[in-house]
Design a protein around this ligand. Structure first.
Ligand code: HEM
Length: 265
């Protein structure tokens, strides 16, 4: 063995491992399987050249990549510019959805069962207390992060044209976030929730002209009862999440259409 390596011309003929791996990869990319699955110009097919135009095609033509922008401004990916607060708000929303689905398996929205279900969830269900607390903390944090995101947008003047429409969508998102938080607050059906909702609905009862009607709709009756719980439960788990998802989709789409994230000050 020592003699073989001593001869430099012999070692040159040996194909380096890296080249062999690249050749194997090239052959795989040129295989019938890869050419029939991926479109011409894809990085997964043989013959792809790394040019700005091809990069754009890859993003535009891929089912996975097409949600991403073709080009991203350098400052837009700097954490110090957005502080990732919009992304964080979205992450918290996903977390709330996942933990909320878990909670739904153990919770029944009636005055007789709600509080007991929450107590059983905390004491007898595996990871019940953890998931409930994750849901609660994520809700508090989402209100905070959405508010801070709004403050960041305001500080950078990103509410000005062409982003004024997205600012309005943002205000609707903030309102929906607060409504989700408030409707969720009633669900444990404990003293804290009961009196918070009593105060809230009484305040809304002072709406000029339609005050009593507004209060009636919110309570599902003339006073707080199991009907109120059912009403707020449906709003919390179905109506508001559904509406907020639609507005979030419009919000993200507008960020792209308005030319990406605004520039630094
Ligand atoms: C559920 C709440 C919200 C979510 C998930 C969300 C998400 C996002 C994301 C991911 C971005 C991209 C840049 C970034 O992270 O800063 C963004 C940008 C933006 N958001 Fe929100 N947002 C929410 C609420 C709001 C609110 C309350 C406002 C204002 C009232 C707002 C106004 C804007 C504007 C104007 C931009 C463009 C910013 C720029 O170009 O610098 N958003 N949002």
């Amino acid at each position: 063995m020592a003699r073989r390596f001593a001869n430099p011309s012999e070692t040159k003929e040996r194909v380096p491992l890296k080249k062999r791996a690249l050749d194997a990869m090239d052959n795989f990319k040129g295989s019938q399987f890869m050419t029939s699955v991926f479109r011409p110009g894809s990085i997964f097919r043989k013959g792809y050249t790394d040019s700005p135009r091809n990069r754009s095609y890859v993003v535009m033509n891929s089912v996975l990549y097409h949600l991403h922008p073709v080009k991203v401004k350098r400052h837009a990916v700097k954490v110090s510019y957005t502080l990732c607060l919009g992304g964080l708000s979205f992450f918290l929303f996903i977390m709330l959805t996942v933990t909320g689905i878990f909670l739904m398996f153990f919770y029944r929205p009636t005055a007789a069962q709600a509080w007991n279900d929450i107590r059983t969830l905390q004491t007898s269900v595996t990871f019940g207390l953890l998931v409930r607390n994750m849901h609660r903390w994520a809700a508090h944090l989402m209100v905070l992060s959405v508010f801070l995101h709004m403050a960041r947008v305001f500080y950078h003047g990103a509410y000005k044209p062409p982003r004024e429409f997205n600012w309005v969508i943002g205000v609707i998102l903030l309102t929906l976030t607060l409504l989700l938080s408030f409707t969720g607050y009633l669900l444990p059906w404990d003293q804290l929730a009961l009196w918070a909702v009593t105060v809230g609905t009484n305040m809304m009862g002072y709406t000029p002209v339609f005050g009593q009607q507004v209060r009636f709709v919110l309570l599902g009756g003339v006073e707080i009862s199991t009907d109120t719980l059912l009403r707020w439960y449906v709003l919390h788990v179905l109506m508001f999440p559904f509406v907020i998802v639609i507005f979030m989709a419009v919000h993200f789409w507008r960020v792209r259409k308005d030319g990406g994230i605004s520039g630094p000050l």
